[in-house]
Design a protein around this ligand. Structure first.
Ligand SMILES: Nc1ncnc2c1ncn2[C@@H]1O[C@H](COP(=O)(O)OP(=O)(O)OP(=O)(O)O)[C@@H](O)[C@H]1O
Ligand SMILES: [Mg+2]
Length: 438
């Protein structure tokens, strides 16, 4: 943490600097507010100590300027003896605190210490929020190269930036919540509030209070808390009719563009029913102007194997053992399983496969069968042609072998008995790049 000391009097700024340096702070000094503004800006990793009376830009103007750049920056103002109106004005404008001349050095050290603690907290929070709202990080979490996933990525980027309300639909575990996060993170509201609530979690009265208020004890209702950001309503189908009407009114009152974006997530377990059946038509059309339907895992073809491999590696690292090798038969089973729990279930299965592998017993098939009474009979090809299975397996095999040999083409050629040209063609076909394995 740095301390920027701003004072036109040389003796003064030097003695403050020396004192604070003795107390263990890293200091920098400026002879004028104009000079200081060259170095001190938004996200300044420290705090400011400034005199009020200075030629040129005075301390009060300087403070105002700093507050407009970074309103959370702690600025300690030094005021003349007995200049109460000035001290009051400084606090009103947003000064962290003030010191009256002549001041007690210990009191200054104590103030500066408090200011730096506050500053560190602010900067940490900002970094965290940026990390969470960084669109590229969250987009990388979405694994899959199947055509449906590529489309999903494009939709997220388009809709995320368009900033309107969105309805997300899909079976359980298909990534609806993750996609809601991604929509927020790639759009203009990234870095603003992102709040979630499940409409199925409360009775009507509590739900009304949670969403619209009032709540006792200074707790903000969702509509207030999310202001300017994104409000996610999970299980929107569970929202009672009266609250659907209130939500619609609230959405309409916001006008366009909406200050707060609504992302409604539907979790209709019952197959064959859609949001259109359970929401008031006017609300449905308001929300579903932009709609994302997440495909079930069983329709994502080769993504299943890619996810299984990636997850297997992650869990293997976590548990400190080898990732399971998938045989051709097991690959076919993974591709044909119905996956009613979708990606969440796949994560589960892959973790257990790793644990089994560590023990050296069990098969992937038995894991699949154990899940939700899945039987041979419920295995499905969903009308996918054989070619698709063969390709998915081929891709996984090349991918895994390249990984094991850290991108050594020669080693992979040998292991798979493939001529170089054929290997190159296959890599190009499956979008695999040697540089990813080095
Ligand atoms: N394309 C993907 N690639 C990798 N992981 C994913 C992908 N989609 C979802 N996941 C992961 O799968 C899990 C389930 O996702 P998520 O919670 O978003 O599903 P959901 O549709 O909201 O489920 P529910 O209906 O139960 O609320 C999470 O751990 C999520 O990170
Ligand atoms: Mg969810």
């Amino acid at each position: 943490m740095k301390i920027a000391i701003v004072d036109d009097e040389k003796d003064m700024r030097q003695s403050i600097s020396q004192w604070l340096a003795l107390s263990g702070f890293e200091t920098e000094t400026f002879a004028s507010a104009e000079d200081a503004l060259q170095s001190v800006g938004a996200d300044y990793p420290g705090v400011v100590v400034s005199d009020i009376k200075m030629p040129g830009m005075d301390g009060m103007q300087f403070l105002k300027k700093l507050m407009s750049v970074d309103s959370a920056l702690p600025v300690v103002m030094i005021t003349g003896h007995g200049d109460v109106p000035m001290a009051v004005e400084a606090m009103r404008v947003g000064a962290f605190d003030f010191l009256e001349k002549p001041f007690n050095p210990d009191r200054m050290t104590e103030l500066v210490k408090r200011a730096t603690t506050s500053r560190r907290l602010t900067l940490d929070n900002r970094a965290l929020r940026r990390e969470l709202s960084d669109g590229t990080t969250i987009m990388k979490k979405l694994v899959g190269t199947s055509p449906v996933m590529e489309r999903l990525r494009e939709d997220i980027l388009d809709l995320g930036q368009a900033d309107g309300h969105v309805l997300i639909d899909g079976e359980t575990g298909t990534g609806k919540t993750l996609v809601a996060h991604a929509l927020h993170a790639v759009g203009a509201k990234a870095g603003k509030k992102f709040v979630c609530l499940s409409c199925a979690a409360y009775d009507e009265e509590t739900l009304a209070k949670r969403i619209f208020g009032p709540i006792d004890g200074g707790v903000q209702p969702l509509t207030e808390e999310a202001r300017g950001g994104t409000m996610v309503l999970e299980n929107i189908e569970a929202l009672p009719q009266t609250l659907q009407a209130r939500l619609l009114t609230w959405i309409n009152d916001q006008g366009t563009p909406a200050e707060t974006r609504v992302i409604a997530i539907s979790n209709l377990q019952e197959r064959g029913k859609t949001c259109e059946d359970v929401l008031r038509p006017d609300l449905f059309y308001r929300l579903a102007a932009m709609k994302i339907t997440l495909p079930p895992l069983r329709q994502r073809g080769e993504d299943i194997l890619m996810l299984f491999t990636r997850l297997g590696e992650q869990f293997a690292e976590e548990y400190g053992c080898d990732a399971p090798q998938v045989s051709a038969q097991e690959a076919a089973q993974l591709l044909q399983a119905p996956w009613p729990g979708n990606i969440r279930q796949l994560i589960n299965v892959s973790e257990r496969a790793v644990l089994q592998n560590r023990r050296g017993s069990g098969s992937i098939a038995s894991l699949l069968m154990a899940e939700d009474e899945v039987s041979e009979a419920s295995m499905t090809t969903e009308g996918k042609p054989l070619k698709e299975y063969v390709e998915a397996f081929e891709r996984m095999l090349v991918d895994n072998t390249m990984r094991r040999h850290k991108g050594s083409i020669v080693a992979v050629m040998e292991e798979l008995s493939l001529p170089r040209r054929t290997l190159n063609e296959k890599m190009a076909k499956y979008g695999l790049q040697r540089s990813d394995y080095l």
